[in-house]
Design a protein around this ligand. Structure first.
Ligand SMILES: O=C(O)C1=C[C@@H](OP(=O)(O)O)[C@@H](O)[C@H](O)C1
Ligand SMILES: C=C(OP(=O)(O)O)C(=O)O
Length: 443
């Protein structure tokens, strides 16, 4: 579904201490992968804790269009009867991935080595995002690609019947590129190899191993080398989706900046490839405890206890960027309430997300009285411990920009507005209710 809904202007106001339990939704990355691997397996995959955000619902619909039997059994509880590796059938209509980069890029990979054709579209935001980073390696397998100018959607892929194995070094740190290649490699005889200079989120590797694929990762002088043996029989598995650290970041940030707050956020994934924000917050002096560390659904998780307190500016090294790539918008809000300068390095990829997130955050922070500086691949925020507020941020169909500015408004001196909160439903449909439940004044 593309975003045809009307823009929804929203406002957040200075709030009293936030208290309570913030039960955030299932991890978006893992939810997409559970549906896709379920669809490529033999047997029934039962998923619990699936994120029912629009991005993931679009992937569920796409898996049904490729021939899997996908059924919602209850809240977050889904069943997927897969068709097996190489078993996708040609979809009748266009595959509309809405706002989701993960959805479209992973699904293009998953079908490119099966001899069927499919056309992919998305909303205005997704249609601006670069796709050649995925279609170029898919062409190396032998798939035929037709894209709009600049390698943009809509894209038609004619999958290849006799694919060649591929060894590919990713040009930018991207789990979506890596995952698209690995999913394509499933239906290829021999080894598919992806080499990345910086490790990126490893949910695909973990889940492929869990479904029975032969996949190994080595750290060599050449980088991080992932090798997949093609044509495995993937066996359906139960998947318990852990809670999303990227969604948890919003109530965590709110508790850190609203005086007197103390909240608990249970069962959040602490996968080291996703943990960069939490590492950074501890360096800033944040009061966060990680209680009951345990394993759930093949991922390390913990219960977070977060308390308001003073924060100081820090420099975030470029090597950490991949492990917190979706958290820079909310980190820049937290940084505005810290004392001192926060520099975020190596963040050029933010310019090709749902919006140009460096530009969107810089303009919105300026509109609310915060001093910022940007380069092509860095963002600097001058923290003064307080934020005047009173401005309106333009969100450009970007859920994380929308949520970040609403959190800003909870501790700013004057209310903060956003032009459109509708895209929040792509990743965190219950965001407003959850935040109001903690005592936040927003809506
Ligand atoms: O693989 C994934 O699930 C994701 C990878 C990241 O994108 P890139 O691979 O483009 O960095 C991230 O920004 C996105 O939200 C989810
Ligand atoms: C970048 C994001 O998602 P995607 O690339 O899947 O659209 C995100 O959720 O912040």
């Amino acid at each position: 579904m593309s975003h045809s809904s009307e823009p929804r202007p929203m406002t957040a106001r200075r709030s009293g201490a936030l208290r309570g339990v913030a039960t955030v939704p299932g991890d978006k990355s893992i939810s997409h992968r559970a549906l896709i691997l379920g669809a490529l397996s033999v047997g029934e995959t039962r998923i619990t804790g699936l994120l029912e955000g629009q991005d993931v619902l679009d992937t569920a619909k796409a898996m049904a269009a490729f021939g899997a039997q996908v059924e919602r059994l209850g809240t977050g509880e889904w069943s997927v009867h897969g068709v097996g590796v190489g078993g996708f059938s040609e979809p009748e209509g266009v595959i509309d991935c809405g706002n989701s980069g993960t959805g479209v890029r992973l699904i293009m990979g998953a079908m490119a080595t099966t001899p069927i054709a499919a056309t992919f579209t998305g909303d205005a935001s997704l249609s601006r995002r670069p796709m050649a980073r995925v279609t170029d390696p898919l062409a190396l397998f032998g798939a035929q690609i037709t894209a709009r100018e600049g390698g943009r959607l809509p894209i038609t892929i004619e999958g290849v019947a006799d694919p060649l194995p591929v060894r590919y070094r990713t040009p930018v740190a991207s789990a979506q590129i890596k995952s698209a290649i690995l999913l394509a490699g499933l239906n290829v005889p021999g080894e598919t190899v992806v080499i990345e200079s910086e490790p990126t989120r490893d949910h695909s590797e973990r889940m492929l191993a869990g479904f029975g694929a032969d996949i190994r990762t080595e750290t060599t002088a050449d980088g991080h080398v992932i090798t997949l043996q093609g044509r495995p029989e993937l066996r359906a598995q139960p998947v318990a989706v852990p809670r999303d650290p990227s969604s948890a970041a919003f109530p965590v940030a709110a508790a850190l900046i609203v005086p007197g707050s103390e909240i608990r956020v249970p069962g959040v994934s602490r996968n080291p490839t996703r943990d960069g924000l939490y590492v950074t917050l501890l360096e800033m002096g944040a009061d966060i405890a990680f209680e009951n560390p345990r394993e759930e659904g093949g991922e390390p998780v913990a219960d977070l206890v977060v308390r308001h307190g003073p924060l100081k500016g820090v420099t975030v090294p470029a090597e950490r960027a991949a492990s917190m790539i979706d958290e820079f918008p909310i980190l820049s809000v937290i940084a505005a309430f810290a004392e001192g300068v926060t520099v975020m390095n190596g963040v050029a990829e933010l310019r090709v997300k749902e919006s140009d997130r460096i530009d969107a955050m810089a303009r919105g922070l300026e509109a609310n009285g915060v001093t910022v500086a940007e380069t092509r691949d860095s963002l600097t925020v001058h923290g003064r411990g307080r934020v005047p507020g009173g401005g309106t941020a333009v969100t450009h169909l970007d859920h994380r920009i929308a949520m970040s500015f609403l959190v800003l408004g909870l501790a700013a001196e004057a209310p903060v507005s956003i032009d459109d909160g509708a895209p929040i439903a792509t990743s965190f449909p219950d965001f407003v209710a959850l935040m109001q439940g903690l005592g936040a004044d927003l809506g």
